[in-house]
Write a new protein. Structure first.
Length: 384
């Protein structure tokens, strides 16, 4: 395979530590977490103690001040471990960056150290029952009253929603302005009027807690506003390329893992007196999948370099997100087929990966939305 040049020896030492953590602290509990619908908060605290949460946050806010490659390692190793129960990436590399980039000093000091230690779990509330990928259509409102915002509305499909202690809420502060009237507010889940709905039962990612959130006249201090009022949509657009690249990173790592599981299976499993790997169809199929996944790996690694150099554009991130998640689903489907009947058994990692992969083409903006973003970068604007 094409050698990877992104990582230093220090990154690889860190990878070894993350891999051991996944083997010792995550894998033995993942089946139970899937059954209960959420991971125990204890694993968050253990992850924090090991420096696996918010590693790129500055030391004064509880992080290690590490470069983004350490976060990439965490994402890849969680994908490789086939653990679907931990929303670490969203917590560390979506919520924390919003606080760092747009939060007041008081907000940063209040929440980031607790997020880095695992004492607090975070979420971001974008999607609503009537608004999925179309963030401009959200209805949740935040009305300014003196030194407070009064928040009303409902959110759904919220990752870490059941375990969360703090949530960034996307709300309309000026509905008449459409997308230009959107703001981001930091809501502490202990605030009066905030409530969590039922844990949502999903096709995949069964152990990753996903819930509905409700806001009934929640009084949020004005100081909990991120950045400037009515600039929320701009902030979301600025951070979305990194969010979408994270999805591409995990998709590529999971495709690589699926190929490794399948290589091991077809080498050991026999049919008609010889290993399944002895059949030309098996070898050719894995050759095709390995080639396509290698192409994805080179592209995604280049995108990571662009991100580090602050050159990753929304259209390139959209390309990475849509293409790698489509490929992930294809690779896992083909690998499951090579497992035969055992591929349909839940005890095999390929079965769990199959159902977990499907949402990758939906969240972070559906792949159809990604193609719309790409087409506009080509100068092909949508019809009015």
């Amino acid at each position: 395979m094409v050698p990877r040049t992104l990582f230093s020896p220090e990154h690889e030492t860190f990878r070894d530590s993350v891999r051991r953590f996944m083997q010792q602290e995550v894998a033995p509990h993942d089946e139970r977490w899937q059954e209960q619908g959420y991971a125990d908060k204890e694993v968050w605290r253990k992850a924090g103690a090991n420096g696996f949460l918010c590693p790129s946050a500055p030391p004064e806010y509880g992080g290690a001040g590490a470069d983004k490659l350490y976060s990439v390692v965490l994402m890849e190793e969680q994908a490789r471990a086939n653990c679907s129960s931990l929303g670490f990436g969203l917590h560390s590399e979506i919520v924390a960056p919003y606080l760092l980039a747009y939060g007041t000093e008081a907000l940063k000091k209040n929440y980031l150290p607790k997020m880095a230690s695992g004492e607090m779990v975070s979420a971001i509330a974008m999607s609503e029952p009537g608004a999925g990928s179309d963030l401009q259509a959200i209805k949740t409102s935040a009305v300014k009253k003196k030194d407070l915002y009064v928040v009303n509305g409902a959110k759904t499909f919220i990752t870490n929603g059941w375990n969360c202690d703090v949530v960034i809420v996307v709300a309309k502060t000026d509905p008449a302005k459409g997308a230009k009237g959107t703001s981001l507010l930091v809501v502490d889940t202990s605030m009066k009027g905030f409530s969590k709905g039922k844990r949502l039962k999903k096709m995949g990612l069964k152990g990753q807690d996903t819930a509905e959130l409700f806001f009934d006249n929640v009084e949020v201090p004005a100081g909990n506003l991120l950045g400037q009022e009515n600039n929320g949509f701009i902030y979301l657009m600025q951070e979305l390329p990194w969010e979408r690249l994270q999805i591409a990173i995990t998709a590529t790592a999971k495709a690589e893992a699926a190929i490794e599981w399948t290589k091991a299976y077809v080498t050991e499993r026999k049919a008609f007196g010889k290993p399944i790997a002895g059949f030309q169809n098996t070898r050719f199929k894995l050759a095709e999948l390995a080639t396509e996944t290698q192409i994805a790996r080179v592209f995604v690694d280049r995108c990571i370099e662009l991100l580090i150099n602050k050159q990753l554009t929304p259209d390139i991130a959209a390309m990475a997100k849509y293409w790698t998640t489509d490929l992930e689903c294809k690779v896992i489907d083909e690998c499951l087929q090579l497992h035969g009947g055992y591929g349909y058994m839940w005890e095999f990692p390929i079965a769990r990966a199959y159902v977990d992969a499907r949402v990758q083409r939906i969240y972070g903006g559906t792949n159809e939305i990604m193609k719309e973003v790409i087409s506009r970068s080509l100068g092909l604007g949508s019809e009015k």
